[in-house]
Design a protein. Structure first.
Length: 492
C-alpha cells in the first residue's frame, strides 16, 4: 500500500484497524518530504519531532485510545508560531526567531494527535499570491503544463502548504487566508482549501498580517479531510478577543448530506470581462452539477464586487503597516546596528523587509496618514461595510454562493512578477469573502486546457461552514478530480 496516497479519513481507519503503524505513516511522509526538497515547499523539516509524536500515537492506538487526528502528519505554514521551532514568516527580519509559545491552532492539532512534519514556505508575511517573495526563494508548484517543463507558481501566500499536500509530501496542512491565501493556492495545486468564518479559529500565535481579515484554515486532499481538520483547529480562545464564543459543530457529518432544495447564488458581477473561456466553462459545469444534485441556482447581485480589490488593498496594507511596526530590531530576529536608535530601526527594517512588504508598509502608512485618512482608509471601511451588506442581502435569497476560485490557472515563475496590479487581480473572487468575514472553500473541479487544476469556490453564511462543506462535497463527487501532479514525490 502506498501510505502517502491515503486521505486523512482512510489513514485514520487504517491506523485503527492496525493495517499499518503511525510510525510507518510518518516515515513514508518524511521520505516524501525529503524527496520534495527541489520544490522548496518546506522551510524547516522536523522529522524527529514527527517520529516522537508517532511513537506516542502508536502507544495510544495499542491501548485503543485513539485521538481524532492521531498519527496524521501535517505541514504548518510558517506563519504559525511553533514552540521551539524557528518561525520566520519567510522574512529575513525574523531570521532565527524561535517562539517560546505555540499558536492556539497548532496546539489544538497536536492535542488531537496530529504530528508536525515541518514549516512551509509562503510569501513574506503572507503578502502575495504566488509564494515568490519569501526570503528563502520561491516554492514550485508540483504541477506542470502539458508538454512544458517550466516551473509554475503554487499560488500564495500558503503556496508551500499547497505544494506539500499536492506533492503527497504532507497529508494535510494549515494555511492562513487574508484575501485568498488558502483558496487560491488550493485551486492552483489541485487540492481543497477552506477559509473558515472570521473568528472560527483563534488567531493567537499566528504572525499578524491584517488582523481584521486573517483567518487560519485547513488545506487537504478532499472535502472530508477539510472537515476533519477544521474540527480540530476551530474553537473559542479567550486569548483572541475576536475568536467567536460559538459551539463547533460536527463538520464531518455535513459531508455527504444532500443539497436537495438548497438555493445557490450565482453572482452576475463575477462574470468578468476578459475572463478566460475555460473559467466560464468550469463555472457553468459547477452550476450544472449542483442542479443535478437537486439544488436551484439563482442569479444574485453583489454589486460592489468591483470595488472589493481597491478596498482590500487599502485596508490590508493599513493594518499590515501597523502590525509590522513591532519589528524594530529590539525584540525579535534581525538587528542591524546603527549610530543611533533611529538609525538601528531604519537599518533593521530597511534590510529586513523585502520589496513587497516595504510597498505595503508605505501604502498602509500613506492611507492612514492625517491628510489621507478620510479619503482612503475611512472610505474603504465604509465600502467594506457595504460589501458585507451586499452578501447579507444576497443571502436572503440563497443558502450559499458558487463562483470560480481564481481567474486563471497557475502561471509560470517570472510571469506577472514585475506588475503588482496584475498580481493583485488574482484575488478578485476571494477578497470580498474576507472583507465580509464569511467562510469559503476551493474544490478542485477540472483541468485547464494545458492540464492544470482549476478550482470552484463555495461561499457560505457566517458560521455556516456546514453548508459550505455539503455543497463542496457534491461538487467534489461530480468533478471526480483524480489527476495527480507530475512531481508528486510521495507517489514516486
Ligand atoms: N494575495 C493577497 C495579498 O497579497 C492575499 C494574501 C493572503 O490572503 N494572505 O494580500
Amino acid at each position: 500500500m502506498n501510505l502517502t496516497s491515503l486521505t486523512i479519513g482512510r489513514a485514520r481507519d487504517g491506523l485503527r484497524r492496525k493495517a499499518f503503524k503511525a510510525r510507518e505513516l510518518a516515515e513514508a511522509y518524511i521520505k516524501a518530504m525529503a524527496a520534495a526538497r527541489p520544490l522548496n515547499a518546506y522551510l524547516v523539516e522536523t522529522p524527529d519531532r514527527a517520529l516522537e509524536a508517532a511513537a506516542q500515537t502508536d502507544a495510544r492506538l495499542q491501548k485503543g485510545e485513539a485521538l481524532p487526528l492521531d498519527g496524521v502528519p501535517v505541514a504548518v505554514k510558517d506563519l504559525f508560531c511553533t514552540e521551539g521551532v524557528e518561525t520566520t514568516a519567510a522574512s529575513k527580519i525574523l531570521g532565527g526567531f524561535v517562539p517560546p509559545y505555540e499558536s492556539t491552532v497548532t496546539a489544538n492539532l497536536w492535542r488531537n494527535g496530529a504530528l508536525m512534519l515541518g514549516k512551509t514556505n509562503l510569501d513574506e508575511f503572507a503578502m502575495g499570491s504566488a509564494t515568490i517573495t519569501g526570503a528563502r526563494g520561491p516554492t514550485e508548484n508540483p504541477w506542470r503544463r502539458r508538454g512544458d517543463n517550466r516551473p509554475l507558481v503554487p499560488g500564495g501566500s500558503s503556496g508551500g502548504s499547497a505544494a506539500a499536500v499536492a506533492a503527497r509530501a504532507a497529508l494535510a496542512a494549515t494555511g492562513t487566508d487574508t484575501g485568498g491565501s488558502i483558496r487560491q493556492p488550493a485551486s492552483f495545486c489541485g487540492i481543497v482549501g477552506l477559509k473558515p468564518t472570521y473568528g472560527r479559529c483563534s488567531r493567537w500565535g499566528i504572525i499578524a498580517f491584517a488582523s481584521s481579515l486573517d483567518q487560519a484554515g485547513p488545506m487537504t486532499r478532499d472535502v472530508r479531510d477539510a472537515a476533519i481538520m477544521l474540527q480540530a483547529m476551530a474553537g473559542h480562545d479567550p486569548r483572541d478577543s475576536t475568536s467567536a464564543p460559538v459551539p463547533v459543530p460536527d463538520f464531518e457529518k455535513a459531508v455527504g448530506q444532500s443539497i436537495k432544495g438548497l438555493r445557490i447564488g450565482i453572482p452576475k458581477e463575477y462574470r468578468l470581462d476578459g475572463m478566460p473561456k475555460e473559467i466560464e466553462v468550469l463555472w457553468q459545469r459547477g452550476i450544472d452539477w449542483i442542479k443535478a444534485a437537486g439544488a436551484t441556482p439563482v442569479e444574485i447581485s453583489l454589486k460592489l464586487t468591483r470595488y472589493a480589490l481597491a478596498t482590500y488593498y487599502i485596508i490590508a496594507p493599513a493594518e499590515a503597516s501597523s502590525n509590522l511596526a513591532r519589528y524594530d530590531g529590539v525584540r525579535f530576529g534581525l538587528r542591524v546596528p546603527g549610530e543611533t536608535l533611529d538609525a538601528m530601526y531604519e537599518n533593521t527594517r530597511g534590510q529586513g523587509f523585502g520589496a513587497e512588504v516595504r510597498r505595503r508598509v508605505l501604502i498602509g502608512t500613506y492611507v492612514l496618514s492625517a491628510g489621507y485618512y478620510d479619503a482612503y482608509y475611512l472610505k474603504a471601511q465604509k465600502i467594506r461595510t457595504l460589501i458585507a451588506r451586499d452578501f447579507a442581502e444576497a443571502y436572503r435569497n440563497c443558502d450559499a454562493i458558487l463562483t470560480p476560485t481564481a481567474p486563471s490557472a497557475a502561471f509560470a515563475i517570472g510571469e506577472k512578477m514585475d506588475d503588482p496590479i496584475a498580481m493583485y487581480l488574482n484575488d478578485v473572487f476571494t477578497v470580498p469573502v474576507n472583507l465580509a468575514g464569511l467562510p469559503g472553500i476551493s474544490v478542485p473541479a477540472g483541468l485547464s486546457q494545458d492540464g492544470l487544476p482549476l478550482g470552484l469556490q463555495v461561499i457560505g453564511k457566517a458560521f455556516d461552514e456546514e453548508t459550505v462543506l455539503r455543497v463542496a462535497a457534491v461538487l467534489e463527487d461530480a468533478a471526480k478530480f483524480d489527476a495527480t501532479p507530475a512531481l508528486a514525490t510521495g507517489l514516486a
